[in-house]
Design a protein. Sequence first.
Length: 293
Amino acid sequence: MTITERVPLAVDDEELDHVEYLQWGPIIAGALAAATLAFVLHTFAAAIGLAVSSTAPTWRDSSFALQLLSGLYLVLVAIAAFGIGGYLAGRMRAPRPAGKDEIEFRDGIHGLMVWAIAILLAAVLAWGTAQAAARLGAPSAGQTGASQSVAGENLIAYDLDRLFRAERRPPNTDLNYTRSEAARIVLTAAGHTGMTSDDRTYLARLVAANTGLQPADAEKRVDAVVAQARDNIRSARRAAVVLAFMAGAAALLGAAVAWFAANAGGQHRDGGAAPSMAWDWRAWDWRGPRFER
């Protein structure tokens, strides 16, 4: 049997009165399916190290190839998740008699609503995960010194370890605050103006006071660590740009996938034929909706 027209299934007039233009049941079901599938796939990616971080001790060691591969994985997840969600919304939507273009538009709108709600669900989950991680990482009442660390210290934590490495540390040293202060100074090295000479001199004095090094040796250590930290920060920025671009591209591609998947679901709904488990792309007529069986 060949279906050349998209004609909705027969519906009684009384039933049509209860069919809304925008049906939230199929939309929410598709959005939940899309968000769940995306969460499962991202969890799998994190388990095998194909997430934002590499399997190296510090994620800044990740190569450009791994960053690009992680970005491509985001695109594949968007195609799979929004394809499933959009298809479910289009397939479950109650039909109303209308022209072919109007039916396709309504199905596509339902797919776009699935995309929008799934994006919001993903944002809420990400926010909740970040909040939970922040609470777990918050210091206790007896660890107030650790709360003085700055946001960028985890990025250059290893560099700070190298900066204040000492065989025998002087007594009465408040290393927590010193590390935080040093982190704020080192982070300025990645700016357009770089680290000022006053900051460099003061940082060398901090190193000498907390490690017992001679002033000349402290200055050499500061120069070496600052140069390495600058490279690490630039590498982190490059990785963030690549992943942010790929995430944005995946989100935009997801909108298109949800639209066309919802139309595919609507075609199966109107034709009364379920998609074959061996879905053949050759059965799709790109000049118009047509499925054969």
